[in-house]
Design a protein around this ligand. Structure first.
Ligand SMILES: [Zn+2]
Ligand SMILES: [Zn+2]
Length: 312
């Protein structure tokens, strides 16, 4: 009879995946108000810097939080028991913030204290990280202030990613001028038809930067939105890209090439705001998108965390 402790018998896969790593995500929502107003600035300076966000008594958002957590499976086949995850998020975050005025809900946002920060999307995402990390194996957090504005935090440092979404409509034709119609048809199919066709493009621009310890911002959001509007949306919207945007007279305007050109247009001007252009994501249709990572060399971040957040 064989010894049941022989290694060949214990080498079988552990039951229920025990010990194997996995990333899980949990979504939670809360509604809260805030106001951007720094007591050390004059009323005029507050209005000039923060625009309508400076108006009293504040305004609100329906926030959506995505928490990515990683670790090995336990004997029950879970990274964590979801009821414990739900409890931790409710106890540490949503139960304290839902229907509250953020400036007063947490001391992090008490601007009478010198270490107080404005409750921007990225500052709130970082504060949530710091409150959740002691309780959950957090790998990444995404916080949507609204569907077209969100922040990602991947560690406890002051670094954050801020993303804005906008859109434009444009026509294009995919064909290389040096090729015959038959050759273009063989490569690009219907997209090579001579009079073009159009898309409603969705454009996500992600910047990376350090959160300012007082303004809570990685960059001036209004300035970032203005750059994207002036350099991309205004010149691209309602155009025939091949004819109306000089770059595409000689470069085939595939989604990939449009995303690359947008990254080239935005990199320098965004760097001047103090943040770095991290990613351009151009969604051409519900079925295809192109992503350009503008920073080089590659960051040493955990891409699996960002991937997990993206499906939230
Ligand atoms: Zn707001
Ligand atoms: Zn197309």
């Amino acid at each position: 009879m064989k010894n049941p402790n022989n290694s060949w018998m214990t080498a079988a896969p552990a039951a229920h995946g025990r010990g194997r790593p996995c990333v899980i995500t949990r979504r939670a929502t809360f509604s809260a108000s805030h106001r951007y107003w720094l007591p050390e600035l004059s009323a005029d300076d507050n209005r000039a810097r923060f625009g309508p966000c400076s108006l009293a008594p504040g305004h609100g958002h329906n926030y959506e939080l995505i928490v990515a957590m990683g670790g090995p499976l336990d004997a029950d086949g879970m990274v964590l028991n979801l009821s414990e995850v739900k409890h931790a998020i409710r106890h540490e975050v949503t139960g304290q913030l839902d229907f509250r005025f953020l400036n007063e809900a947490w001391p992090e946002f008490d601007l009478e204290r010198p270490e107080g920060m404005l409750p921007t999307t990225e500052a709130l995402c970082l504060a949530i990280w710091r409150r959740l990390a002691p309780h959950l194996p957090v790998m990444g957090l995404r916080l949507y202030e609204q569907p077209d504005l969100w922040a990602d935090v991947l560690d406890d440092s002051m670094e954050a990613f801020l993303s804005i979404r906008t859109h434009f409509a444009a026509a294009h034709r995919l064909a290389r001028p040096e090729l015959s119609p038959e050759e273009n048809d063989a490569i690009y199919g219907k997209c090579a038809r001579p009079h073009g066709h159009g898309h409603n493009y969705l454009l996500d621009v992600t910047v990376r930067g350090r959160i300012d310890p007082r303004t809570g911002m990685v960059c001036d959001l209004a300035a970032l939105q203005q750059l994207v509007a002036d350099l991309v949306v205004e010149p691209f919207d309602h155009t025939f890209l091949n004819k109306d945007v000089a770059h595409f007279a000689t470069t085939v305007p595939t989604a990939e090439n449009i995303a690359l050109h947008i990254a080239d247009l935005l990199s320098g001007p965004i760097a001047a705001t103090g943040a770095a252009l991290h990613k351009v994501r151009l969604q051409e249709s519900p079925n295809n998108a192109a992503e350009v990572f503008a920073e080089s060399p590659q960051l040493g971040m955990a891409p699996q965390a960002l991937e997990a957040l993206a499906v939230g």
